[in-house]
Design a protein around this ligand. Structure first.
Ligand code: 5RP
Length: 262
């Protein structure tokens, strides 16, 4: 049945399917946002419905919370749960040290809070997200609406003092209006092309008044699961220093794909 999915969806699905093997009965799980994370939420729903697994999810966006409830995963707030066993989320870019750019879906603030409040972060992605150096994907920065043009100017000024290749920032739009995050904030996308020193860029960005958080996730990801369209995955564990190649059994996935088609 995976034959009916596009190659990229197959890759996302097998990464998600492998990642939910990290989830154990009774765990509190942070649920990421995006198309790859959506596959993971559907896989978790299957575990809950078909295997009776007890999972409490903390969603990183209203989109994810809606999907999780739809597929049968109990959702609580981070304040109710306080700490999580595991977070599974997608990424826009990953480098060889498993540092990430996230926020393409506009949920970076909640995603960073949730991942930081987790014993372990598992990232699910495909090979299109792999880079040697972060920065080809525009770096999302969440800023408050008040005085946003001043904040943008301060960010652009700051960028002249760091080692990046591009220095322009654009306000993310939804149609003709500014895109708004779940917190009601705006997103600036920074077109940096190459970020030589991500830790420095992250630090100086977050010192600018008006900046709430940036999309660099540094030293947060523990395990990266890279899915491939041929049904294989690569599992990189940064703490153990291991890289494993496996094949994911998708023979029992028909119900899940039926749900997506419905
Ligand atoms: C949302 C994110 C997503 O994880 C990231 O954009 C990847 O999304 P997708 O799996 O759809 O490619 O950071 O804020």
């Amino acid at each position: 049945m995976t034959a009916e999915l596009s190659p990229i969806d197959k890759a996302k699905y097998v990464a998600a399917r492998r990642a939910v093997e990290f989830v154990e009965d009774g765990m509190r799980v942070g649920l990421g946002t995006g198309s790859t994370a959506a596959w993971m939420v559907r896989c978790l729903g299957e575990l809950v419905r078909e295997e009776g697994m007890m999972i409490t999810g903390v969603a990183t966006s209203t989109r994810t919370a809606d999907l999780a409830r739809e597929v049968g995963v109990t959702i609580k707030t981070l304040d109710e749960v306080r700490w999580l066993d595991l977070t599974i989320d997608g990424a826009d870019e990953y480098d060889p040290n498993l540092n990430l750019i996230k926020g393409g879906g506009g949920a970076l603030l909640h995603e960073k809070i949730v991942a930081t409040a987790s014993d372990q972060m598992v990232v699910i992605a495909d090979l299109t997200k792999q880079v040697d150096t972060l920065g080809a994907f525009p770096l999302p920065v969440e800023i408050i609406p008040f005085g946003w043009q001043t904040t943008k100017a301060l960010i652009e000024e700051m960028l002249s003092n760091v080692d990046v290749l591009g220095r322009s920032a654009s306000l993310r739009l939804s149609g003709t209006e500014p895109f708004k995050t779940d917190e009601g904030n705006y997103i600036l996308d920074l077109h940096l092309r190459r970020i030589a020193q991500p830790a420095q860029v992250s630090l100086v960005l977050n010192q600018i008044p008006g900046v709430v958080e940036n999309g660099l996730f540094l030293d947060i990801c523990d395990v990266l699961v890279i899915g491939n369209a041929d049904g294989t995955v690569e599992v990189r564990d940064i703490n153990n220093g291991t890289i494993e190649h496996e094949r994911v059994d998708v023979s029992d996935s028909d119900n899940l794909f039926d749900e997506v088609r419905d």
